[in-house]
Design a binder for this molecule. Structure first.
Ligand SMILES: Nc1ncnc2c1ncn2[C@@H]1O[C@H](COP(=O)(O)OP(=O)(O)OP(=O)(O)O)[C@@H](O)[C@H]1O
Ligand SMILES: [Mg+2]
Length: 353
């Protein structure tokens, strides 16, 4: 189905750059190299790169620290610059569809079509109805170009640009498979956004980004406990560990519980919207990933809000770790690696299935 060697997965997030290189072995993929570089606040704001030199430097450092020689990379974009919609069109050939898709996008995508790259995936062919369901995806060209240019300045060769939600779905599929009879949600909670992807019948059926994440939790601790940002960040991380109850002021836990509850409420509203508009009856499970998924309080808040079991996704469930990797550095970061891991599964010469 696909050939070529895996690309280096490069995830440029709001608070850090994550890079991952996988190795193909006879038994499957294994984790060969991993690099991480924190970014100063304000380097990236609302997905826009404000300080491109800082990102270029961060990429160089992450590659050098991880000793990654390969330059061909897969990048991803997300947030407000990406929109996906499930649409239905009459059954047609791939050639016809390639021609038609731009026109369909004009009807379904609220961006100016001149400014976007459009792609699609065939979800289902319904021969009896003479129709097929597509997932239409549009990403703003400017935003993609910014990231591509930055990667090039860091002497990298971007070969693929994917979307956060789909890379994580790819990773999930590798680890667990996508049960055709189940509808479930995968939610990536980073520092500035929570991206929801509902997977149904083995394909993405709904995506939505919520502007809420770990940074807002930390800011609430700053405001309500009265400590500087860095200290608030440390307190939050400590609060995610067992046995932290006696060590931290009780107020920290109250603030985190309340922030988790707000986010859980926003997530639930999005899932309710999906259920109300899709005709699907239920979501069977919620999987969380991203740095903020490390807070057990968030899993609990989501389970309190919705009658659906929630759990933290294990990104490395079926990916063994090579001896080159520092396991102690990896363990607390594993949840932050999902996007980079999914990207690292992309190949240089991929064909659409
Ligand atoms: N153990 C932990 N407990 C609580 N929060 C944590 C923990 N580890 C990381 N985080 C939080 O996770 C966030 C970073 O996660 P991640 O790397 O997924 O985000 P990002 O990709 O930089 O941001 P975004 O996806 O919004 O662009 C930060 O807000 C950080 O405070
Ligand atoms: Mg992220």
């Amino acid at each position: 189905m696909s050939e070529g060697k895996p690309l280096v997965g490069v995830d440029i997030g709001a608070t850090s750059i994550k890079v991952v290189q996988l190795k193909e072995t006879r038994k499957g993929l294994s984790l060969f190299r991993m690099g991480y570089c924190a970014l100063e606040p304000q380097t990236i704001v609302d997905r826009h790169v404000m300080n491109s030199q800082a990102v270029v430097d961060g990429l160089r450092r992450a590659f050098a620290d991880a000793k990654i020689k390969q330059r061909e990379v897969a990048l991803s974009v997300s947030g407000q610059s990406v929109i996906s919609r499930k649409i239905t069109v009459p059954i047609m050939t791939t050639a016809e569809l390639d021609e038609q898709i731009q026109w369909e996008a004009e009807n379904h995508i609220p961006f100016d079509i001149k400014d976007v790259n459009v792609d699609y995936e065939v979800l289902r062919r319904r021969a009896d109805a003479g129709q097929m369901d597509l997932l239409l995806v549009a990403a703003k060209r400017d935003e993609i170009n910014d990231y591509v240019q930055i990667a090039k300045q860091a002497k990298l060769k971007p070969m693929v640009v994917d979307i956060d939600a789909f890379t994580i779905q790819n990773l999930f599929e590798y680890n667990r498979g996508l049960a055709p009879d189940q509808t479930f949600a995968i939610i990536n909670v980073g520092a500035t956004q929570a991206s929801i992807n509902v997977v149904s019948r083995g394909a993405s059926a709904f995506t939505r980004d919520i502007t809420n994440g770990g940074n807002f939790f930390t800011e609430q601790i700053v405001k309500q406990v009265g400590v500087p940002f860095e200290q608030a960040e440390d307190m939050k991380i400590q609060a995610s560990q067992p046995q932290s109850a006696g060590v931290l002021p009780p107020k920290v836990f109250q603030v985190i519980d309340s922030a988790c509850d707000t986010l859980a409420g926003e997530i639930q509203r999005s899932l309710d919207f999906f259920l109300a508009t899709s005709g699907e009856e239920r979501i069977s499970r919620i999987f969380l990933t991203g740095g903020t998924a490390n807070l057990p309080q968030l899993v609990n808040a989501i389970e309190r809000r919705s009658p659906v079991p929630a759990e933290v996704m294990q990104p490395l469930e079926r990916i063994p770790i090579e001896k080159e990797i520092d396991q102690q550095a990896l363990a607390p970061r594993a949840s932050q690696l999902s996007v980079a891991l999914g990207l690292a599964m992309r190949k240089s010469k991929e064909k659409r299935a």
